[in-house]
Structure formats: C-alpha cells, structure tokens
Ligand binder design. Structure first.
Ligand code: 13P
Length: 251
C-alpha cells in the first residue's frame, strides 16, 4: 500500500485578487514529487489561479459547489461551471458550511453525489464539536457524518473521495488534536470504509487531518500511520508556513 500524501490549502474567505496573485507567484515554483499540492481560493480567484498555475505542480480546487446542475439558485455555483474553468476537485462538508450555512447530511450527500456523477473529485470533511468529544460521542458523530454522505456511492465513485478529519475544536484555535486522538480516529474512519467498500478501497483512500496544522507539528502528524496529509487553513495563507508544511509531507 502506498498512498501519496496531499497537502491542501483552504483559503476560506480570504484574499483579494491581488493578494491571491502574490501568494500564487511565490507558490508556483514549488513542486514535490511525493506530495500532491492543492489550493482552494475563493470563487473570484479560481480562474486566475488556474491560469497562473498551468503546468505547475499545484492543483486549484473549489471550496463549495451546489448539487443542482443549473437553474434559479441565486448565488450558487454548479459542477459544470467549475469544470468549465478547469476545476476538478471540490471541498464538501466543511464544518463552517455545516455550522454557518446549515448544510445538513442530506444536503451534503446530494452535493457529493452530484460532484462524483460529474467527475469531480471531492475532499469530504467530517469532524466533531468539542461538546461531542467531551461527552464521548465523537466516534458516533463521525460514523454518522461519513455514512450519511457516502451511503449512495458505489465502489467506483468512492475512488473520487478524499476524507478530511477536522475536529471542529481544533480549527483556527491553534490547538491541534494530539497524535493519539488523530491516529485513532483515522484508523476508525479507514475501518468504516473497509466495512462498506472492502479492504482494497480502504487501503487506498486518503484521509487528511485538518485543524491547526502548523510548521511545528506537521511532520509528526503526517508521520502517523493513517494520516495521508493535511487540510490547512490559516497556515496556507502564508508562503513560508505553507511551504514548510509541504516539505514536512515530502518526508
Ligand atoms: P486551521 O488550519 O486554520 O485550523 O483550519 C483548518 C481548516 O478548517 C481547513 O479546512
């Protein structure tokens, strides 16, 4: 089994076009044979980012997508629109989408299905709240989030999915989950995939960790058995931090 590591920067609602161009110009020479590097700028910066990164080692991905193909959904972006500008991967299920935009498991499962049916790859995020961990429910929460969203996928479609485990209490707090918490949850997630899709798929699916990954903790997190890279928020907005994290994944 050899799973190539992924380091993906989720820029969230940050970066004007000028700021985005500046960071991309620093990033564009970066390429590591052993790491898939991705950045997820806002919708307004996607097209420009793709143009600047043509022939680079960096993939430009989207932060969200709607489940309907087209129509009267003011403010939304479709899979077809993303594909038409060269986006092939989208983040779905981020805890900020669940929390601030009321994206339920039902909505998210439709989005995942629409994305894979239109040949988009998905980074699907799951994660428990602090209160859920404190009450000992974190494994149940993760199991539900995962099964509810991936239930309709078949053994071919699941190959389009990368999972990102992002405990909500570790996002943007500077307090990452500890190595034991990360490894045991990643192992649990891989086992769930094994039960539903079999050993081969479970062995090959990539499971990223997200939540306060920084240059000083990336290497040890990425060295955990079932961790296949990271989804990086704050530290992806700064060239030197993001570059260090990419290097940490390179081994
Ligand atoms: P931070 O790295 O800022 O904690 O954010 C993680 C995240 O939400 C990535 O999607």
């Amino acid at each position: 089994m050899s799973r190539k590591k992924i380091v993906a920067g989720n820029w969230k609602m940050n970066m004007t076009i000028d700021e985005s161009n500046d960071l991309i110009n620093e990033l564009k020479e970066v390429s590591e044979n052993n790491v898939e590097i991705k950045i997820a700028p806002s919708f307004t910066n996607l097209y420009n980012a793709i143009s600047l990164l043509t022939n680079s080692g960096i993939e430009v991905i989207a932060q969200n997508v709607h489940s309907e193909k087209r129509g009267a959904y003011t403010g939304e972006i479709s899979t077809e629109m993303l594909k038409s500008i060269g986006v092939n991967t989208v983040i779905i299920g981020h805890s900020e989408r669940r929390k601030y935009f009321n994206e339920t498991d039902t909505i998210l499962s439709k989005k995942v299905k629409a994305a894979v049916e239109n040949s988009l790859n998905v980074i699907f995020c799951i994660g428990e709240e602090l209160s859920e961990r404190e009450s000992g429910n974190h494994f149940d929460i993760i199991k539900n989030q995962l099964t509810n969203a991936l239930i309709d996928l078949n053994n071919i479609e699941i190959k389009n999915i990368v999972i990102a485990y992002e405990p909500v209490w570790a996002i943007g707090t500077g307090m990452s989950a500890n190595n034991h918490q990360i490894q045991e949850m990643h192992e649990f997630i891989r086992e769930l995939i094994n039960k539903k899709f079999g050993n081969d798929i479970a062995d090959n699916i990539r499971i990223l960790y997200g939540g306060s990954v920084k240059p000083n903790n990336a290497k040890e997190i990425f060295s955990l058995n079932d961790v296949d890279g990271g989804l990086i928020g704050g530290a992806s907005l700064n060239f030197s931090d993001f570059h260090s994290i990419i290097n940490a994944a390179n081994g």
